[in-house]
Design a protein. Structure first.
Length: 177
């Protein structure tokens, strides 16, 4: 069985995409990249600054360009931003370049994880202006059908340690489609 050339991780903030991407890459002997980090590096500003100064459409344009380039990466695990799947063109690219793993957890678990991440407030803008748990519930209600449609497979990360999630994903890749 030949492994695919890349793996994309999707899901809401706090699902552990970056941590799991690093761990899966270590297991496979691949590289890994956080698409949001790549975008911020290229833009020279944080995502929150891009939203505030240029608006969400400009951010999504940059995000789409970064993801398009990452779809050509080889032997790479890519942790995508939570909203990267919102554009149809990106979803089509991911479907062609995949597989795509959706890391999922309930809103309360995601809220607790975000509360423990000191960088979240500085780097990530509020998407609704609501409280954290309320915002997660609202955004997940809109994004869940998109995540489901994009996902080659889904991993519930609510109770699993990142190392266990990485093991499951590496085994899944080795098993094939």
């Amino acid at each position: 069985m030949t492994l695919p050339q890349r793996l994309f991780l999707i899901g809401y903030r706090g699902a552990g995409k970056s941590t799991v991407a690093r761990l899966v890459a270590e297991r496979l002997g691949w590289s890994w990249v956080d698409a949001d980090d790549e975008l911020e590096r290229e833009a020279g500003r944080s995502i929150a600054q891009i939203f505030a100064e240029s608006g969400e459409p400009a951010f999504r344009d940059l995000e789409e360009q970064v993801v398009a380039r990452l779809c050509d990466a080889e032997r790479t695990v890519v942790a995508l931003g939570g909203g990267a799947v919102l554009r149809e063109a990106t979803r089509q690219r991911l479907a062609a370049a995949g597989p795509v793993a959706w890391l999922t957890a309930p809103a309360d678990v995601l809220a607790a994880r975000l509360a423990g991440d000191a960088s979240t407030g500085d780097r990530r803008p509020s998407l609704t202006g609501a409280g954290v748990t309320q915002e997660i519930e609202q955004v997940l209600a809109a994004r869940t059908p998109i995540y489901q449609a994009c996902a080659t497979f889904t991993v519930d990360v609510a109770a699993a340690a990142p190392e266990e999630v990485a093991r499951q994903l590496a085994e899944r890749l080795a098993a094939g489609p």
